[in-house]
Design a protein around this ligand. Structure first.
Ligand code: ADP
Ligand code: MG
Length: 361
């Protein structure tokens, strides 16, 4: 078992704080994904957990034991990097055995560990090959195998798929999901900037932004109930549409008049005191449907992109050119240059004020 706990963790390089007040409880068996824009501190946070980077403030524990000053090799952690750097002159078997040989483990134990790792990673047929005779995905699996043989309690992955081509990324992503299933008692922390990887692999996602945690939750919690505009627009593709408006009716449902026309209704409740409140109305492209009655958005379709199962519409709403993206089912190129009216189920209409969701007030 390995429960990880970060309390008030921060990282400063000299005067510059790149991470501040990180509080996170990670339970045994979870696969936690850190996502966020480039440079937001994902790798730094992972490296602090690994012990490769000094923790400059706060506390990090594994199973209640303080780890801040414990050297990396004694934390029971294995880290898999983006560049897998196998020894080119060694076979797959020898690459995986290397750390165990250095640690002077008995040969029988080494053989058993390699056999088990090879089985989990489907590498058994390749054990006697050199890395140059493997595909990129197979090499990445060998790199993971080098970790598995050490039987760590915690696995850390830093963008392990980013060097692979698109098809291989998908295949290897599914392999990592299967790997996790086979090791239900290991704890995994996985860094990526790819939100599809985050959505498909994570038991919980940690969205990092501006040196702090923007939200922690299951993939669907982040998708359905984002706490702030950053998470709302970071999760989902194309990003959620955000449009300024003003609350014109309150109660169990809220009615908002949008700037430059259109009316939206949200199931997010408001109080009389909120009449006149300036809000941003958020609607995901996939939640927009063609309106028969009142419309939230009306405009001219400037561009259509037919992706096969869906068509993306780029709608110009008004003279100022404010744009809305809709994702309609099917192939709809005929909508180009036409005027469309779109609405959404009030349950899918998000409201934000000062960047924060009204749901979490
Ligand atoms: P991510 O992995 O999310 O792309 P990093 O964790 O690599 O981001 O970096 C976070 C921030 O810390 C970046 O702004 C980066 O410039 C800064 N940083 C990383 N390493 C150092 C260092 N050794 N000295 C100063 N700043 C650093
Ligand atoms: Mg990084």
């Amino acid at each position: 078992m390995a429960d990880l706990k970060l309390t008030g963790v921060e990282k400063a390089y000299g005067e510059v704080k790149v991470l501040r007040d990180i509080n996170l409880d990670i339970k045994t068996g979870e696969l936690i994904v850190f996502v966020g824009p480039s440079g937001c501190g994902k790798s730094t946070l992972l490296r602090m957990i690994a012990g490769l980077e000094k923790i400059t403030g706060g506390t990090f524990t594994i199973d209640g034991e303080r780890m801040n000053d414990v050297p990396p090799a004694q934390r029971g952690i294995a880290m898999v990097f983006q560049s897998y750097a196998l020894y080119p002159h060694m076979t797959v078997r020898d690459n995986m055995a290397f750390a165990l040989k250095i640690a002077k483990k008995p040969q029988a134990e080494i053989d058993a560990a390699i056999e088990k790792a090879a089985r989990i990673l489907q590498l058994t047929p390749y054990l006697d090959r050199l890395p140059k005779a493997l595909s990129g995905g197979q090499r990445q699996r060998v790199a993971i195998g080098r970790s598995i043989v050490r039987d760590p309690k915690v696995y850390l992955f830093d963008e392990p798929l980013s060097n692979l081509d698109a098809a291989l990324r998908v295949a290897t992503r599914i392999e990592i999901a299967q790997l996790k299933e086979q090791m239900p008692n290991s704890t995994m922390v996985y860094v990526t900037h790819d939100q599809v990887e985050a959505m498909t692999l994570a038991s919980r996602i940690v969205v990092l932004a501006g040196g702090g945690i923007a939200q922690v939750g299951t993939p669907l919690e982040l998708y359905e109930r984002p706490e702030n505009e950053f998470v709302a627009q970071f999760i989902g593709s194309p990003a959620m549409n955000l449009t300024a408006g003003e609350v014109v009716a309150t109660g169990a449902q809220t009615t908002i008049r949008l700037e430059n026309g259109g009316t939206a209704v949200s199931i997010v409740p408001t109080a009389a005191a909120d009449l006149g409140l300036k809000v941003n109305v958020g609607v995901r492209p996939e939640d927009l449907v063609e309106a028969t009655g009142a419309a939230i958005f009306e405009g001219t379709v400037e561009i259509t992109e037919a992706l096969g199962e869906v068509t993306l519409l780029y709608l110009k709403r008004d003279a100022k050119g404010s744009q809305v993206i809709a994702k309609l089912p099917g192939i709809r190129p005929e909508l180009r240059h036409s005027t469309v009216r779109l609405t959404a189920d009030p349950a899918k209409v998000h409201l934000f004020t000062g960047g924060k969701s009204l749901l979490y007030r």
